[in-house]
Design a protein around this ligand. Structure first.
Ligand code: T1G
Length: 685
């Protein structure tokens, strides 16, 4: 008897196979054995006329077991199990709840029918793992939804709600919420009563006909999506696998062989290893060694946000989105009105794009209590301060909050760099003070750095981490240091970028090298976008950016910056900026070393980031290397197919990183030296 399977024959000869393998019924060996046993039992039993395949727990099969990749396969492998189902002479109905994803949805496609509850979602997200649906998804889905829809669904990798899936034909019927088992059994009975011949998805070829003899369709699709697919291998292989389905139809096996070839190209690739690593890394961040599930989290039913500017407004939206009332506080009515108008504008534009209904916009806006003065925050459960980034201002605010807020309120600062312990010391309740560092735009960026002060209590940390997940963020725990995790390591990239352009490489060459590495844009394009007056704010030291600002060159918004811009904001190299850089290099006494290769530029800018990450681990600021990778990927769009700085450093090889740092005159951290010497890694176990 399989550990994860149970088998019951219901009235009318409906054999129900129930698989329950927490947490998500991933198609690991236990799950596969349970399915195989069920078909073993019911296949040969004349009392069974039809079969329902359903899962216990929170979801239908959520895909292949990602942790099994790269390990020797254990029989029965997924393909064997799917063959057993697809060869069934009895109708098989997949009963779907939760998220039937990847191999889970592919497994439902070898069943004859699919029924789902309205809250269910289905999809083929393998592209997010640098893979393609390797269990027939690229061959069967186009046979159901057509080629164009299949191209979007599989390269997009997003889950699809049951109602939309029904419309597309990805499922055949909707069950009543909470009555999946009964409705699936009733559906099976109806199928028997109708007595229709069994039709397998693999034998349906009519939807492929239109694309036959139109190879241009696939090349055009890749061209149209070149920007989105840039640097990723999987999307191209997905398109070619779907093309193979069209070219080989009706020979399903031929298409399936091509799919397997294209899958096998991806599985061992560094990109896919990096994206599979990242999948688990994102889920690891919430695990804090000294704070177990026994530490209670505190109820957060009301929130106060101080500051209704860009950050404060964005922060407030996170809580409004999950139905938590927010007291939004400013010092002047004009600032408050402006902030609330921006929040409304954001929601209205989401409604225009169909992401929200007008009712939802109004419901969220109704949750805002505008307020002038801190006294309005006396009863909230959590206060998040998003005022000017200056220690004196912060300490003054927290000292006042200490006298106003109820006992048991959490006092959080959204500071990006400053010392949370020093802020906490301005209160009589440092154990209730924590950093909640949002990244701008705060209602969009998924990274939330939770900064744990020396005195922050475990309950407050646990509550902050859980709240981060509740508002749809990925919470990464940081101890106190200047810049915490993401800003601190990426400041190294900025510093090296500012230094290297004094030695010869132009801003455009540096930006191109990092763009080709995989960043959405390079540091100088970014600086021009943010604004050179903002970048240099607070710094008294002379810099190229400062010299450009003196010429009233503020970046894209005014007169150009490192680049010149035409009326369409198209960037071109700037002779003025080149002269400013040359003058500054002379002022600093830096000699021009002539041209450098893109590889040298990448090493110069990114090896120091790896080194700084190693220091974060040495100093105990970050809990684990993968947290640093999550922070860089989510906070700075570090290309996910490299795995992030630490995974990438391991890919390059730590001895090479050490050698490169020394050649740059940069002292490698002790931990980096130790690992390089020992031949160990940060992220490879
Ligand atoms: N394999 C192994 N473990 C998995 C897993 C999977 N597919 N999915 C989730 N987990 C673990 C996860 O690590 C966490 O563990 C726990 O389950 C809860 O996950 C052949 C090749 C299903 C929407 O890509 O999208 O099929 O931290 O925190 O927020 O073509 O998990 O508790 O120890 O994410 O409720 C394709 C991946 C695989 C789906 C649930 N499938 N999973 O979200 O919980 S490749 C996927 C998810 C494949 C075939 C191809 C989500 C979820 P722990 P969670 P959640």
């Amino acid at each position: 008897m399989s550990e994860a399977g149970s088998y019951v024959i219901e009235e009318g000869g409906i054999g129900v196979i129930t698989v329950d393998n927490p947490p998500v019924n991933a198609l690991g060996i236990k799950t596969r054995l349970a399915i195989a046993e069920g078909f073993e039992r019911f296949g040969g039993d004349d009392a069974v006329k039809a079969i329902v395949l359903i899962c216990g727990g929170r979801t239908f099969f959520a895909g292949a077991d990602i942790s099994e990749f790269g390990r020797p396969p254990q029989s029965p492998v997924l393909h064997e199990v799917m063959r057993i189902i697809e060869d069934s002479s009895k109708p098989v109905v997949a009963a779907i709840h939760g998220t039937a994803l990847g191999g889970g949805y592919e497994l439902s496609l070898v069943c004859h029918y699919r029924i789902a509850v309205p809250s269910a979602m289905v999809g083929l997200p393998e592209v997010n793992l640098g893979l393609l649906p390797g269990a027939g998804g690229t061959q069967r889905l186009p046979r159901i939804v057509g080629v164009e829809a299949a191209l979007d669904i599989i390269t997009g990798g997003k889950p699809i709600k049951a109602k939309q899936a029904l419309h597309l034909g990805m499922i055949d019927a909707l069950a009543e919420e909470g009555k999946l088992r009964e409705d699936a059994i009733a559906f099976a009975r109806r199928i028997l009563a109708e007595g229709k011949p069994l039709l397998r998805v693999r034998d349906r070829n009519e939807k492929l006909e239109g694309a036959k003899g139109n190879p241009g369709l696939f090349d055009d699709y890749l061209k149209k999506n070149a920007r989105a697919f840039r640097g990723f291998k999987a999307p191209t292989n997905i398109v070619r696998a779907i093309q193979a389905a069209v070219d080989t139809a009706p020979d399903f096996e031929a298409g399936s062989r091509r799919e397997t070839e294209l899958f096998r190209e991806l599985e061992p690739s560094t990109e896919s290893q990096a994206q599979r690593y990242y999948f688990f890394a994102e889920r690891e961040t919430a695990k804090i060694p000294d704070i177990g599930k026994d530490v209670p989290t505190l109820p957060i039913q009301t929130v106060g946000v101080i500051g209704a500017g860009t950050m404060g407004g964005g922060i407030a939206m996170n809580f409004l989105n999950i139905g938590v009332p927010v007291t939004l506080m400013e010092m002047s009515q004009e600032a408050l009105d402006r902030g609330i108008a921006v929040i409304r504008r954001n929601y209205e534009s989401a409604a225009k794009k169909g992401r929200l209904t007008q009712d939802q916009v109004e419901q969220r806006m109704a949750l805002i209590t505008p307020a002038i003065g801190l006294e309005a925050l006396s009863q909230v459960d959590l206060v998040i301060e998003a005022v000017f980034e200056e220690m004196g201002v912060k300490k003054d605010v927290f000292a006042k909050l200490d006298g106003i807020c109820k006992q048991g309120a959490i006092l959080a600062s959204n500071t990006s760099f400053l010392d949370v312990d020093e802020i906490a010391a301005a209160t009589s309740r440092p154990e209730w003070v924590v950093g909640l560092h949002f990244f701008s735009p705060a209602n969009v960026m998924r990274l939330l750095e939770v900064v744990r002060g020396d005195k922050t209590s475990k309950e407050v940390v646990a509550t902050a981490m859980a709240l981060g997940k509740k508002i749809g963020k990925v919470p990464v725990l940081s101890r106190v240091c200047f810049g915490f995790i993401a800003n601190r390591i990426m400041a190294k990239r900025s510093a090296e970028a500012s230094a290297i352009i004094l030695e010869g490489p132009s801003p455009q060459q540096v930006d191109k090298a990092l763009y080709d590495y995989g960043f959405a844009m390079g540091p100088f394009q970014m600086n021009d976008l943010v604004g050179l007056d903002v970048i240099g704010r607070g710094s008294t030291e002379r810099s190229v950016a400062g010299d450009l600002v003196k010429l009233d060159r503020l970046g894209q918004k005014k007169n150009g910056g490192y680049y010149d811009y035409d009326e369409n904001r198209k960037a071109t190299p700037s002779p003025v900026a080149a002269q400013v850089i040359a003058d500054f290099a002379q002022f600093k006494g830096v000699e021009n070393k002539g041209p450098q290769s893109d590889a040298d530029i990448v090493a110069r800018l990114l090896y120091p980031v790896v080194n700084e990450g190693a220091k974060l681990l040495e100093e105990g600021i970050a809990l684990r290397a993968s947290d640093i990778d999550v922070a860089a990927i989510l906070g700075y769009n570090w290309p996910v197919y490299t795995g992030g700085p630490m995974f990438w450093g391991d890919t390059i090889g730590l001895p090479k990183i050490v050698e490169g740092l020394k050649a740059l005159g940069i002292e490698p951290s002790n931990l980096l030296l130790e690992k390089a010497a020992a031949g160990t890694s940060f992220t490879r176990g």
